[in-house]
Design a binder for this molecule. Structure first.
Ligand code: BG6
Length: 499
């Protein structure tokens, strides 16, 4: 499709200045020495600075337990940024580097918090973002100690707390964490992160549906047969074996990323695209979802193949582990729009390729007036989040000639071909939104809890397993048992990444 989209300098030029410069603030990263800070947070803040979104007097405060100082932090940050040589620019870095400062302290340690408080006072930073890039077990104590130090609000500015996923381990712990956070902060100060919401195609779903007329009238059980949401990963647990043993695929990506994508597909049009309106609509979807029955769930675990180790051989993993590294689940939404349309959602580690996509398969036309050897294939709309972000519409077309013969044609939009500048990393968008106070792409307390409620039966199913979940070879398409979910319906799994 030669995408004829609205011409606007913000989308066609190299620099995206669609948003305002963030207000001056201190951006405090708890756990700055960790992996998330070096892979995502520091590069995102640098990219925001490079593109002119970071206020020139904003400071980045790294907080950690290691015996570092400002110089060690700057050195560490520079090394992290140099990992992406295409983005790294020495002069830009040298402008930013002096604004990075380090505070040493434990998570929940009063003296560390006092040091932080002094620093914020001395640098007259009244606006504050606190980011929990620490292990989830530290969140409760971190919240309490911020509050004990009087850092849960500031006299003359705003204070926001960004809480990384996983938000709780199950419904009960998520409720407890919400209760604790709300005891010390106001809900409007809380930014629960799910980076999938900030991926361009996830944001584009709302634009596709609500800024066009052609899609939304088809967006219901009248015309859609079923929806598939697939997130496959080629990597295994990537050095995070002991974390994954506690988490598994349902907690790691279903409760959050995949249910969030599902809600964006299924929600009703909000009156405004703001945090309250959008989150009100998303949470209604979760409330309308039925909990999947055991027959609606297939769990799997990868085993050694193609020169790759099995999950049980990974470091930090129990050699008898029953943890699921793959799941395929059939969800239903019981409301006027979606009743009768199954949502098949699947994800797994160590599959054949990394791909994330949402496929809407349309119903067949009620009557085909042509005499054809077989029923034509149903139309299909694919929203690709990875790789090659974009949107495809597959439909039937006539083959030129004297007879009526059909073939598939594709209308395709890809960001890379349509827009000059690369898509911002999701964290860039989210950190900017945190500083500007826009919570639209963050999860509200009731949303997180509703998501845990939806996956609770699948977690119970996982806990009931007495043997290894369906084994699948590393590097494959997952366990063949997943086909059972679609069997007999004339439906089949779409192969991710295939056109
Ligand atoms: C994280 C999960 O939230 O998302 C990881 O914990 C997963 O297990 C990752 O690999 C995938 O994110 P992305 O942006 O690379 O698709």
């Amino acid at each position: 499709m030669s995408a004829e989209v609205l011409e606007h300098p913000a989308v066609t030029s190299g620099e995206d200045r669609g948003k305002e410069v963030a207000p001056r603030c201190a951006f405090v990263i708890f756990g700055v020495t960790g992996d998330l800070a070096s892979r995502k947070l520091l590069p995102a803040l640098y990219a925001l600075h490079r593109r002119g979104y970071l206020h020139p007097e904003t400071t980045i405060v790294g907080y950690g337990r290691s015996d570092w100082n400002d110089e060690t932090l700057r050195e560490h940050a520079r090394e992290s940024l140099e990992a992406d040589p295409g983005e790294f620019d020495r002069a830009t870095w040298e402008e930013l580097a002096p604004r990075l400062v380090y505070v040493r302290g434990g998570y929940g340690e009063a003296e560390g918090m006092q040091r932080l408080k002094r620093l914020l006072g001395e640098s007259q930073q009244e606006n504050r973002v606190f980011y929990t890039a620490t292990p989830p077990s530290t969140y409760p104590r971190l919240i309490e100690s911020l509050s004990e130090a009087g850092l849960q609000q500031s006299d003359e500015g705003w204070t926001r707390l960004v809480i990384e996923k996983p938000f709780g381990h199950d419904l009960q712990s998520a409720v407890a964490l919400n209760d604790l956070a709300i005891r010390h902060f106001d809900e409007s100060q809380l930014f629960r992160i799910d980076h999938y919401l900030a991926k361009e195609t996830a944001q584009n779903l709302a634009v596709l549906r609500f800024a066009n007329t052609v899609f939304e009238p088809l967006w219901s059980n009248r015309y859609i047969d079923h929806v598939q949401i697939t997130m496959t990963e080629d990597l295994g647990v990537d050095g995070r074996g002991s974390f994954y043993e506690q988490s598994g695929v349902i907690r790691d990506v279903f409760q959050n990323h995949l249910l969030q994508l599902l809600s964006l597909v299924a929600m009703e049009p909000p009156a405004n695209f703001d945090a309250t309106s959008v989150r009100n609509e998303k949470v209604k979807v979760f409330h309308a979802m039925t909990c999947p029955a055991p027959a609606d769930t297939v769990l799997g675990q990868y085993v050694a193949a193609n020169g790759m180790p099995g999950y049980r051989e990974e470091e930090g993993v129990d050699p008898d582990s029953k943890q699921a590294t793959y799941a395929a689940v059939r969800f239903e939404i019981r409301n006027w729009r979606w009743s009768g349309v199954p949502f098949f959602v699947r994800s797994g580690k160590r599959l054949e390729r990394k791909a994330t996509e949402i496929v809407l398969r349309f119903r067949n036309p009620p009557h085909i007036p042509f005499s054809l050897p077989a029923q034509p294939r149903p139309d299909r709309l694919t929203l690709r989040l990875t790789p090659d972000e974009g949107i495809d519409l597959r439909f039937n077309t006539k083959v030129p000639g004297q007879e009526i013969a059909l073939e598939r044609a594709n209308m395709e939009f890809t960001y890379a071909r349509r827009f000059e500048r690369p898509n911002p990393d999701a964290y860039e968008t989210l950190l900017l939104d945190t500083m500007t106070g826009d919570a639209t792409l963050f999860m509200r307390a009731d949303e997180v809890e509703a998501q845990w409620r939806v996956v609770a039966p699948v977690l119970e199913e996982q806990d009931r397993l007495t043997e290894q979940p369906c084994p699948y070879p590393a590097g494959s398409f997952g366990p063949p048992e997943a086909d059972r979910l679609l069997a007999g319906s004339g439906r089949h799994w779409h192969r991710p990444g295939d056109g």
